[in-house]
Design a binder for this molecule. Sequence first.
Ligand SMILES: C[S@@+](CC[C@H](N)C(=O)[O-])C[C@H]1O[C@@H](n2cnc3c(N)ncnc32)[C@H](O)[C@@H]1O
Length: 509
Amino acid sequence: MTTGNALRPIQEAIPADRQGAKRHYGVHPYFTRRPFNVVRDYITHYSKEGDRVLDPFGGSGVTAIEAFLENRTGIQNDINPLANFIAAGIANLAQGNSTEYRGALAELEDRCAQTLRKIESASNETLAAIEQQLTLPRNISLPSSADVDQYLDLFSRRQILSLAVLKRGVDELCAGPARQAMLLAWSATLTKLNKTFLSAEGRAESRGGSSIFSIYRYKIAKHPIELPAWSTFKERALNVIDAKAEIDKAIELKRKTSGWRGLFEVYEKDVDDLDGELEGKIDYIFTDPPYGGHISYLDLSILWNNWLGQTPSIKSRERELIVGGDLNHSESLYMARLRDSVAACVRMLKRSGWLSVVFQHWKIGYFEAILTGAAEAGAELKAAISQVGDPIWSMHKKKGNQSVLAGELILTFHKTGKPRRVDSGGRLDVETTVQRLLESYSDVLYGEQLFNQLVVEAWNASAIASLDISKDGFARMLEQFGWRYDDERHFWARKSKRIDAPTLWSPRP
Ligand SMILES: C[S@@+](CC[C@H](N)C(=O)[O-])C[C@H]1O[C@@H](n2cnc3c(N)ncnc32)[C@H](O)[C@@H]1O
């Protein structure tokens, strides 16, 4: 691979590899996890072994973990302690050996399984006696959008006692990597043993997930299910042990080929504060900032953060980069801070470093913030790739119609070190531009891809500030130009053509 100016940016979408999704990312759920193979391909393209690769909005750590496993220094940062707990929890599976992990699980079985079975059918008096011996988490207020007011209302009595028995068991294990791994399994169990757990219809009771991840709020199930605590935990713990085996294998392979020198660092800072520490020190950034008001990460992570004793401070909550949430963050502040955080990313890069920002939204102002932040800090847009049409994209599309934006745009910038004042005086004739772009498509196209192209055209014409198009306006325009939306296959097709074959990945200009 060549570096610096000679590097040719990635110009093609990379299909998400769902089949090969590694088990290590499955050990604990988090919001909007990026497909690991896409992240890995970007990392190996834009950086080399030994480089420092950062994700300042790291979430569950896909960027830093892939970088670590690819012999780079993977740097994870997130303002949310839960995100860092998961990311570091997965990376730390490289420590210790599997025998110790299995030993820890066996020890927990000896200490807890019998009590957990007893709790399943115990009388109220017995439950009260068990409760006396346990430490329960603090009962704090939940966000106003939750169905219940208080933390402890999220659990049935059997659920909270079972989780407390398991937590005590984990805390009593010898300190070290095996205990950390069991804590990760315990935290994944917490996701299932509470009243927000919704069983998937037509599947085994234990299949399903928390409403926190599906509708992004604490919705209590109409008929809450109480899964058996020991087998639920054991399944999660075995997943963690399998994940460890997979990570060990990846590292062993590296050791035998190029030698192993992956490193992993974690920060828990607001992205703007990270800048002071890492300015000019990073080779590549791959990041996925919050998309406006979809998800209030800190509010939704209270379930885990409270019991893990890592509640974020009010200052962190105020600095969260979102619209809305319990603190009612304003959209104008979000846009200003989105621009500033992209500028901070550019400052953290070494001269000639690369930055990839993953984003998708109907609001053009959000894209404008990202593009302006990068340009004003001294980075030039080199590629804009729409990741659409693959199986993950179509799964999201099934949730709605043409107005649902799935997939994402990966904007890649190269640091030039020459800040540029953004001229926003240009004008773009939207209809003419859309018509011209449409001519480059044969019979079918993905709406997101066309929309993203329009955003980039407006940016290049210094007209992004004046680009005003709504999702309905966009759909109407396509219809006027002779295209129809295919509700089943989620693409637009020329009205004059019959498209018979199911299409994935084929629509290309
Ligand atoms: C879209 S998610 C990233 C998901 C990640 N790409 C993954 O694959 O798991 C955005 C993340 O930004 C974090 N975040 C929000 N505001 C932040 C801030 N001011 N500084 C750092 N992280 C922040 C959220 O906690 C959340 O984990």
